[in-house]
Design a protein around this ligand. Sequence first.
Ligand code: HEC
Ligand code: HEC
Length: 289
Amino acid sequence: MGLAALAWLLWLFYIYLVSEAVIERRYTLPSSLVHASKDAADIAQGKHWMTVTGCFGCHGDDLKGRSLRGNPDLPIHSGDLTALAATYTDGDFERAIRHGLTPDARPMWLMPSDTYAYMRDKDVEAIISYIRAQPADHASVKKPKFNWKARKAIAAGRLVPMTPKADEILSPADLGPRYDGGRYLASLSCAQCHRGDLTGSGYAPDLNVAASYSRSQFFRLLYRGQSLHGWLPTMSPLARARFRYFHDYEVNALYDYLVARKTLPAWTKEQRAEFNESAGQKPAPAPKK
Ligand code: HEC
Ligand code: HEC
């Protein structure tokens, strides 16, 4: 009995130490050259990006943050961006958005910074401009709390910081300058769920499925949430909250890119496994035919 209790204590101690090392790790803060502006056109553009890339979905339309329960291992508050504006420099915002790092060089956890890693400077600047244009708030900012469940998940490697490492970021296939616009939008707006390379993850399918839509059907999916398979539990509400704000030229660019992407030869199982291993990713399920 005494031995069992001792083993249990040692195990808890081990979990604590391993998780603490991950939580408390400090990263090198990259320097930043972005500058927010007070220009009305930049602020409006920032609002557009925050809509179509999902910031409002997680941080709330008022940017005051929300409790998110999507990850069972780590319920988390997304952070009050208007309160942060009082203390965060433009560089602090940029590092949070693109690098998943807090100003004290700690990693962030559920903020999808990996999909924003290559956001253009001027788009990051527009977003910070919008945040700074909102009424200031002096609420205290909630830090993530790690209970035993979260610590066990961290020690087991199931819960990893979002802080992206450049060599592990998956990007949608590059099909050349003709398709750059659509590829950029897909990486910012679709990769969060459909995986960095758009090959699908969980319930979200490989985006090759978009090529089975005609252009006007694709417009109906993004603007009204009407799919070829009726009402969809995730995409339909998302279309109404986010994607109906895409400009026509953005939907056209997305569609052109996704259709062109379909012409890429599909990866063999072996190629995928090899790639996943080299990118330090967990194996993805093989794409559905
Ligand atoms: C999937 C939900 C989600 C989306 C989408 C999202 N965030 Fe976050 N964000 C979070 C969570 C959760 C945190 C809390 C920190 C963490 O994850 O460790 C956070 C933290 C932040 C922080 C730092 C807060 C702090 O306490 O230091 C900033 C700044 C931020 N988000 C800005 C943005 C912007 C700008 C966008 C859109 C481009 C965005 N977020 C999109 C969930 C999200
Ligand atoms: C928040 C997660 C999320 C985001 C962001 C997202 N999707 Fe999806 N998508 C899903 C899920 C989950 C499904 C499976 C159907 C469902 O549950 O809604 C899906 C299904 C689809 C389908 C298949 C529809 C069908 O006929 O079955 C298409 C096409 C699609 N998404 C396109 C996109 C595009 C284009 C974007 C970016 C502009 C995007 N999705 C962004 C989660 C997402």
